[in-house]
Ligand binder design. Structure first.
Ligand SMILES: Nc1ncnc2c1ncn2[C@@H]1O[C@H](COP(=O)(O)OP(=O)(O)OP(=O)(O)O)[C@@H](O)[C@H]1O
Ligand SMILES: [Mg+2]
Length: 251
């Protein structure tokens, strides 16, 4: 069987700067892959290549056996299959929570108003925001905004959701409500590729953790391997720095 996502020796440069230098990884359905690494190591670039927000220079990416990086790939179709949750939420300020979630259903999926509304409500309920459907982003906390962002991604029934530092813009006391929703998704079998500094989430929810440094995978394996028995100095040093800053990852 094909992996759900396959990155095969992906290279990406900006000018002279090699940002991804031969990144390969496979994810199966239901996997939660957490990617960590220093600022500038290529984490966001890696995610953006998967839904073709960024074009790669060499290598291949496959989703469910289809070559994402083929010139004739329907990028709109790809982005229906690959949801994305952004650090800064990317909500439309002039639309309610409900309006933000129904937008893609109406425009991209072509659903009628009533059907889109019903589906959007289902996913707002799923993230615990059924009672905030009519609120505008300005009336929501950061944690609530990000949960709307997650509901919006879920509503498209994606095969995979990419998360790029979904809690980095949040006040510390609001992080938990978002990681809790993400944990629920993970245990519900959603396939997720997550860049995050939340090491408690990584330890508890990740099936695999990848440490990316200077565009290369330094180490990849079960979270316990990286946290507790890494033989690589770079991994140990990075994780001890990040856990000191973002809370420990003890079970
Ligand atoms: N559109 C772009 N044009 C030019 N350089 C870029 C572009 N996007 C990213 N870069 C560069 O590529 C490198 C990797 O960037 P990327 O955003 O992928 O890193 P990151 O690991 O996500 O970092 P952070 O933790 O700060 O979010 C950086 O040096 C960045 O300046
Ligand atoms: Mg980034």
């Amino acid at each position: 069987m094909n992996p759900l996502l396959r990155l095969d020796s992906v290279y990406k440069s900006y000018g002279d700067e090699e940002v991804l230098r031969g990144v390969s990884l496979d994810m199966e359905v239901g996997d939660v892959e957490v990617v960590v690494g220093p600022s500038g190591s290529g984490k966001s670039t890696l995610l953006r290549c998967v839904n073709r927000l960024t074009e790669i220079d060499d290598g291949d990416i496959y989703l469910d056996g289809d070559r994402v990086t083929a010139p004739d790939t329907d990028v709109n179709e790809l982005r229906r299959d690959v949801g994305m949750v952004f650090q800064d939420f990317n909500l439309f300020a002039h639309k309610t929570a409900l309006g933000n979630v129904t937008l893609g259903l109406r425009r991209v999926r072509g659903m009628g108003k009533a059907e889109a509304r019903e589906k959007a409500m289902e996913h707002l309920d799923q993230v615990g925001l059924g009672d905030q459907a009519d609120s505008y982003p300005a009336e929501l906390s950061g944690g609530q905004k990000q949960r709307v962002g997650i509901a919006r991604a879920l509503a498209m029934d994606p095969k995979l959701i990419l998360f790029d530092e979904p809690t980095s813009a949040l006040d510390p006391e609001l992080i938990g409500e978002v990681t809790e929703v993400m944990r629920d998704l993970a245990s519900g079998g959603m396939t997720m590729l997550v860049v995050t500094h939340e090491m408690t989430f990584a330890r508890e929810a990740a099936s695999t953790m990848t440490f990316l440094d200077q565009g290369e995978i330094v180490e990849r394996g079960p979270p316990e391997q990286l946290f507790d028995r890494s033989e690589r100095k770079r991994t140990r040093e990075f994780l001890s720095r990040i856990t000191a800053r973002h809370g420990d990852a003890q079970p």
